[in-house]
Design a protein around this ligand. Structure first.
Ligand code: IVH
Length: 685
């Protein structure tokens, strides 16, 4: 029964098979389909015809239907037809998903190389060079060779479970290829990308169907991968590249290059452009070659990544808070193009800031159509001296808003009047004021543009995550005077929502439910949602952890605030100013009247295991239960007596109890034994 190399698709009637024969055939078919998926989607080198492949697939489906007990979550038939999920569940990453320090200039890379120079014990294979994919970073986890789950990067510690969607990506195997030494636990980082060809076709279809096209392949991939319904993902042109180890249990490779050799043996796609180098000179050549190859790759890259190869050296170098010391992203200069500026309009943002925006004759910049570009502020327009009708050079860097770089002089062409900032807000008519280089509208929530921005921000994913409340709905709610401050969101009934364009019974109920379920929120998200100037999600977390409750934060003086590491005078002033403001106080009162409930944050004890929760079961050799609990608490972790969604580690000693079974049913809990526990106590997670 060799379906791998020369499959015979003349199958017997399923009823003529014994149960053992059916099981063997199902196994052989699954292995063969996984292998042919690998050849087709990963290697780009199929060995059988589409018809033969379809016949193998249909046979597997036929047998699984006839013998339901043979069905399994890692069968290739599970890639399609899975039901939608209700929401995206949180997933704590196996280890932190850090980002990279990014530089543009060669001498900054040279400095990185100098910092590494005395670490190497051999002159050979110092670094691995890789393309820097411009996609979406995900964690993919295999347990005993079977796909267990996958998650978005989120805040680097915790992401959202997108297993249902990842499963539809054919280039991602549901089972690793048969191999001795498969690790019992393997957590990898990969980048989900949308190749250019698929991106153009998808956008064409969207425009034909009256939908907004995606701005670039990265946004397209990001939007699609977070869908709740996998049927909306399965026909989308997504693929992925694996590039980094997060955690392994089993035989660990000694170097990154070893890992990159292992991955394809397991059927995991890696870039063919990865390369070992031994000197800075070679790294430079790689950067140059990739820059030249960039437009021929078929997908977007925005630079290259230079990584120390030897894992021991990496460990010695360690990491900073957000990025490792052993790697650097060497980005490409941005993509530039020339077009004509047709007008300069002024946009009002959530904070009231007025931004001049250049409207452009649409132009393709590296595969993406650009028709607007920011001009930042009035000084910048003056300095660049751009006016409507001018020919301009524009630049696009990744998913950043395109910028106007400069004006191109055209001899003899008459020019229009210079741009002037309006004296009144173009949206609400209030007289505007200036702060530094920027102009602001003082209208606050009375200005519709600011109110609209505030609603969008409040509902955004990292804030209160009110799904189904997008830009269009926010605009309509403001235009129809249905929301005058954020608290009004909670007054909306299903019938009110149905009055908005595009809403019917079901969708109105969905938005209503989403609004209601945002009433319970963690302090950090709530603080971020309020849109306090200079308080991004990171600062909101810092404040929430330091003060523990909204009351305490409201009562804090400027100097109390500044006692918190990371809080400077700018943030302190903005936070205390926000809570003193009468309008803000009214909005907060309104929110609490409508039933907003803020869950306080337990102030974490400082320590290397801060934020980690342990549960123990069975007997440990070195410690009694309470000693072990005490040990982790000393390092800032929590120890609880029962398994819950908060549990990160179950430490299983001799004769474990039923907690072990419970933990096995929960993919996000790591089950470890005493030896690993000891290591964690010594070295951290
Ligand atoms: S390694 C700890 N390798 O670039 C180092 N990242 O901020 C982990 N990226 O979020 C990253 N291609 O999404 C690495 N070959 C590559 C990459 C890569 C793209 C992304 C990744 C990360 C961002 C850096």
């Amino acid at each position: 029964m060799d379906f791998k190399h020369d499959p015979d698709t003349d199958f017997k009637d399923p009823e003529a098979l014994s149960s053992q024969e059916a099981e063997d055939q199902v196994q052989a078919l699954r292995e063969a389909i996984a292998y042919h998926d690998y050849l087709y989607y990963v290697k780009n080198r199929p060995e059988i015809s589409d018809e033969t492949y379809d016949a193998l697939f249909a046979r597997l489906q036929e047998l699984e239907n006839a013998w339901p007990e043979l069905q399994s979550d890692d069968s290739p038939t599970c890639r399609v037809g899975a039901p939608p999920v209700d929401s995206l569940k949180k997933r704590k990453h196996a280890s932190a998903m850090l980002s990279l320090d990014a530089v543009l200039k060669e001498d900054e890379v040279a400095q990185f190389h100098h910092r590494m120079a005395d670490r190497f014990s051999s002159e050979k294979d110092k670094y691995v060079m890789e393309p820097k994919f411009d996609g979406l970073s995900v964690e993919v986890v295999y347990r005993n060779g079977s796909f267990a789950y996958g998650a978005t990067r989120g805040d680097g510690q915790t992401g959202e479970d997108i297993s249902h969607n990842l499963k539809t990506i054919n280039a991602m195997p549901l089972r690793l290829q048969k191999n001795k030494n498969l690790p019992s636990f393997l957590a990898l980082r990969a980048e989900v990308i949308m190749p250019m060809e698929g991106f153009s076709a998808l956008n064409k279809k969207r425009v034909e169907n009256g939908k907004e096209p995606f701005a670039n392949p990265r946004n397209a991939a990001a939007g699609i991968i977070r869908q709740l319904d996998p049927s909306k993902v399965q026909d989308k042109p997504l693929t992925l590249f694996f590039y980094e180890l997060l955690e392994i249990e089993g035989t660990a490779p000694e170097s990154h290059w070893d890992l990159l050799q292992k991955l394809p043996e397991w059927g995991l796609k890696v870039s063919e452009k990865n390369k070992k180098v031994s000197s800075f000179e070679e790294a430079k050549q790689y950067h140059q070659r990739m820059k030249e190859a960039r437009d021929k790759l078929g997908f977007e890259i925005d630079g290259v990544v230079m990584k120390v190869n030897d894992y021991r050296i990496r460990e010695d170098l360690g990491t900073r808070q957000r990025s490792p010391r052993w790697a650097i992203a060497w980005k490409f200069e941005h993509k530039k193009e020339i077009t004509r500026l047709t007008d300069i309009v002024v946009q009002v943002g959530r904070t009231g800031k007025l931004t001049p925006v250049a409207l452009l004759e649409p132009v393709d910049v590296g595969g993406v159509t650009v028709s607007r570009a920011t001009l930042h502020n009035a000084d910048e327009v003056r300095q660049k001296d751009v006016r409507s009708g001018d020919k301009v050079r524009i630049e696009r860097a990744g998913d950043v808003i395109p910028e106007v770089v400069e004006r191109l002089k055209e001899q003899g062409r008459p020019r229009s009047e210079p741009f002037a900032m309006p004296e009144n807000c173009p949206v609400c008519g209030s007289g505007i004021f200036q702060e530094g280089a920027y102009h602001f509208c003082p209208g606050g929530l009375a200005c519709h543009a600011q109110l609209e921005g505030a609603i969008i921000h409040y509902a955004s994913r990292q804030a209160l995550n009110i799904t189904h409340l997008g830009n269009k709905t926010a605009r309509a709610l403001v235009e129809k005077n249905m929301v005058k401050d954020i608290g009004d969101l909670y007054e909306l009934g299903i019938d009110d929502i149905k009055k908005l364009e595009g809403f019917a019974d079901k969708s109105a109920k969905q938005l209503y439910d989403a609004i209601q379920s945002s009433k319970k929120a963690g302090l950090d998200r709530f603080l971020f949602a309020l849109g306090i100037r200079h308080v991004g999600i990171h600062m909101a977390r810092v404040l929430a952890k330091s003060f523990g409750s909204l009351e305490k934060l409201q009562q804090a003086s400027g100097s109390d605030l500044q006692k918190v590491p990371e809080v400077g005078p700018r943030v302190a002033e903005s936070v205390s100013g926000f809570f003193c403001d009468k309008t803000n106080q009214k909005v907060l009162k309104h929110l609490f009247e409508k039933g907003i409930e803020i869950t306080d944050v337990r102030k974490n004890k400082e320590g290397p295991l801060k934020g980690v929760t342990f549960v123990f079961t069975g007997e440990l050799e070195a410690y009694t239960r309470s000693e072990a609990e005490q040990k982790v608490k000393e390092q800032g972790a929590r120890a609880t007596s029962s398994i819950s969604s908060q549990t990160d580690y179950l430490v299983a000693g001799k004769d474990p109890g039923k907690k072990l079974e419970q933990a096995k049913n929960n993919n996000s809990i790591r089950i470890i034994h005493e030896e690993k526990f000891q290591k964690i106590l010594e070295k951290g997670v």
